[in-house]
Design a protein around this ligand. Structure first.
Ligand code: C5P
Length: 226
């Protein structure tokens, strides 16, 4: 059995949260957001190596906030964008890493069973992502907010994390992206640009990304009921 590694991008500034600090350090039902993410990660039966990608100036606060998990994680310095942070993470994986899952620290409602499902699918595939079917009708607009088109909803999925990849391919994709100044908001986008297949695994709509203050309220309710 191959060892499966998991990287957690946690190096954002939380500007949309307007909290003046890394949003992953904010209090959610008595713990930091990142604590809850790690709780789910370490409940997974398949996780064997976890790396947190964070800003050096957040390091001590992050380590304090994750309590019992502090001794179990590996620290990697993050970059100015998520893409740069993940690139640093992938380039600093142990040399025996074959497949890796990337899971945003901001998705603290992830269920450990879904992490396990991603790992299982990743054993059979080179690239997988968790996603949910889109239920709204989506409009593509121009810069003046005039609608250009309405894509067929049957083919629309909202991407989440975990996203999992063959390490050698992910490293290559990030290097090509750097060399060509591609800017993307998830790792699967790099594979799509390179025409490398990515399989979708159906996720759960509660696996929200904490982005703005309302998400914290929603997450608090979900955590209270789980
Ligand atoms: O900003 P957003 O919520 O989309 O970021 C998604 C994830 O990427 C978060 O967990 C955040 O901490 C991480 N991130 C990062 N490095 C950055 C920016 C964001 O690791 N420079």
């Amino acid at each position: 059995m191959i060892i499966l590694h998991l990287l957690i991008p946690a190096a954002g500034s939380g500007s949309r949260m307007k909290a003046g600090k890394n949003k992953l350090l904010l209090n959610l039902n008595g713990e930091s957001i990142l604590y809850w993410t790690l709780k789910a990660v370490f409940l997974s039966e398949k996780v064997s190596w976890v790396g947190i990608i964070g800003q050096p100036h957040d390091r001590s606060e992050i380590i304090n906030s994750i309590k019992e998990f502090a001794g179990k994680i590996n620290w990697i310095n993050g970059g100015n964008t998520r893409q740069e942070s993940v690139r640093n993470g992938v380039n600093n994986l142990p040399s025996n890493a074959v497949k890796v899952l990337i899971h945003d620290g901001a998705r603290c409602l992830i269920k450990s069973k879904l992490i396990d499902k991603c790992f299982t699918e990743l054993e059979e595939n080179d690239a997988v992502i968790l996603a949910v079917k889109v239920t709204d009708t989506i409009k593509v607009v121009n810069e003046n907010r005039i609608i250009k088109e309405t894509p067929n909803r049957n083919f629309l999925w909202a991407a989440q994390t975990p996203q999992g990849f063959l390490v050698s391919q992910l490293k290559k994709a990030h290097q090509i992206a750097k060399d060509n100044s591609w800017n993307v908001t998830d790792d699967a986008s790099l594979f799509e640009r390179l025409k490398w297949p990515v399989k979708i695994i159906e996720g759960n709509s509660t696996n929200i990304k904490i982005t703005s203050p309302i998400d914290l309220k929603i997450a608090s309710l979900f955590l209270g009921n789980s």
